[in-house]
Each structure stands twice: as structure tokens, then as C-alpha cells.
Design a binder for this molecule. Sequence first.
Ligand code: UD1
Length: 369
Amino acid sequence: MKIILAAGARPNFMKIAPLIWELEERKKEGRLRHIQYKVIHTGQHYDREMSEVFFKDLNIPAPDINLEVGSASHAVQTANIMIEFEKVCFQEKPDIVIVVGDVNSTIACTLVASKLGIRTAHVEAGLRSFDRTMPEETNRLLTDSLCDYLFTTCTDANTNLRKEGIPKSKVYFVGNIMIDCLKNFRLQARAKGTYKKYGFKEKNYALLTLHRPSNVDEEESLKKIYGIIEKISRKTPVIFPVHPRTRECLKSHSITNDVESIILEKPMGYVEHLNLMMNAMFVLTDSGGVQEETTVLKVPCLTLRENTERPITIKLGTNTLVGIDEQKIMKNFNKILDGTYKKPTKIPPLWDGKTARRIINILIGVRLA
Ligand code: UD1
């Protein structure tokens, strides 16, 4: 049996890492002699700190093949991945292609494999924001409609898939693979002093991550967000590791940072970012994964979006949708400051660090323990 693990963008790497660790562990124990696997990087993200750093941090080998497609419009990027990934499939003849998340690499590799009659598995299936203006929503819908194995993080996702007419037999509720990664690196991250480097104390600063096209591409919204962050920084310092897309937008909209209590940084490695997240008073974000990680870390999370494909983080966790509405953001910020912000009720079911094991068990046909 030959498996291809396909990844391409920063949020993909922490989703393939636990699968690689699991496969390697079984190989070492001599349990998986009949299984080979290869890691294919599409090259969607290519800056060292968006890609290479994660392979080192997550303790996984460099990709076997890098398609080096780089940045382009959605159509060109997706098409280039497809052209190159098809060649890989012809050469490697995999039995199964595993894709993760919702980025352009996810749909491109799924479409190629599916048309070649190769079985496909989607890790993080069934999430829906119900917002078709998000490119990721198109990627999710199409990927799920094509894949043979749909691995979900929560039962809401199973419901979404059922409503779309996807047969129950394809859907497996296995939990959240990102949390496998988080649990694995939690102690290492705690031991790191990243937040101290900036002169912060535990729980006295905010962490900001921002990259959604809807927030950063337009001058008006990016300026508005920046104005709100400036107000927050008068009471609580803010650390802001800047995504390359956002860096370009800040430059092109001539937004400069003159405030000492907002610290702009390069994108962080996984363990450093985890350290900043777990020690923060709260997190402001438009990322999907960060909403989940803060729920497990029990750190308040204000999500700068109108919707989320991860509603369980609102229902059970620490997440609140605030859009870019100044009143909502400041109201929740004040609750965090005075200790009245909502407390998480519980960690979502099966976000327990054992998701990769469940997935591999299913793929190799062993019954779930
Ligand atoms: C992509 C994903 C998004 C994910 C995000 C995490 C899609 C549609 N979007 O968005 O779901 O949350 O990654 O980071 O797949 N760039 C660099 N260096 C890099 C990568 C990107 O400079 O290593 C710049 C380029 O100018 C590029 C821009 O960032 O044009 C956008 O990159 P792209 O991969 O198209 O989308 P993201 O915004 O990163």
C-alpha cells in the first residue's frame, strides 16, 4: 500500500505531522512493513518561515517532492498544482492520497487523484462557514464531494456532510488532528521563553494574527482593524507576527506602525507561536486553527470574522465572533480585562491527541479500538 500525504500551506503542516509520526512509529515497531508513504509539498507557501521552519519544528522529514508552484491567482495556482501533481501520481502510483484542510493545494490534489481513480481521504472534512465569498469554502465543498474517506473533527461536520447528501459510510468522526500536534508540543512550548523576549509577563499581552483576504486586502478594513488594535494597545501590549500577505497589504495601503506597544514580527515557528498563544491574556485572530487551539488552551479568542466554520469553539470553547466591529471588540476586551469573559465549558469530544492513530487504523482497515 502506498500513501501520498499532500500539503502546501502553513496550516497544513501541523495536520500531516501527526500522521507521519504515527506511520513512523508503526514502522519502527515493524507493524507497517507493507505500507510506504511519501510527502508531497505543493510549494503554495515557500518562504522559509511559512514552510521550512515547520518541518524542523514539527520534527518531520523534508518533503520527498516539492512541486514549487509558488504564488499566483487562484486559478493559476490551483491549475499549476494540478499539472505537477498529476505527474507525481503517474510516477508514484499511490493507492491513496491524503489531503488536509481547505487551501488551494487541498482541492487541486483531490481533483487530480479523484480523476485518476486513486482513493482520496480528507482530514478536517465537513467544516462549513456557509460563506461562499471565502475561497476556502469552495475548496471544502468540492474536496468533500470528491473524497472517499471523510475524517471529521466534530459531529457538526458530520451533520453538514449528511445534509449535502454524502453517504454516511464515507464519514468518520475521528477528532481534531491539530490537537495531536498541540499536545505533543505543549511542554516544549511551555519551557520556551518566547513571550519574555518581548518584555511581556504571563497573561499581560495580546497576540494578533491576521491574513484573511476580507480583512487585509481592502484599505478600509485593514485601517479600521489597525485603529482598533492601537486602542487595545493603550491598555495591553500586542504582539503581531505578520503573514506575508498582510505585510504586502500594510505596505501597499501605507499603514505604518508608530506605536511602541504594538510589536510587528516575522511569522513565527510552531513552538514559538504556541508559547505566545498559551501565555497570552487573549488572542485576536481571523485564522481557523487558532480558534481551535485557543479553545484547548483555554485562552480567550476574539475572532475578527462574521462567521466561522468551527462553531464548536464558540459553543464549548473560548471563542467569540466579533467581526471588525469596534464596539463588540472593546466590549469583549473589557470583559477579558475585568475577568467576566465567558469560561470554556469543556474540550470538544475526541480533541484528545489520538486522532492520527484513529485515521491510520481506519485507512489500514483495522477496527477502531
Ligand atoms: C492560504 C490559504 C488559507 C490559509 C492561509 C494560511 C488558500 C485559498 N488560502 O492563504 O486558507 O489560512 O494560507 O497562511 O489556499 N506569500 C509569501 N510567501 C509565502 C506564501 C505566501 O510571500 O510563503 C504571499 C504571496 O504574496 C501570496 C500571498 O502571500 O500572493 C497569498 O498566499 P496564498 O497561498 O495565495 O494564500 P494565503 O493568503 O497565504
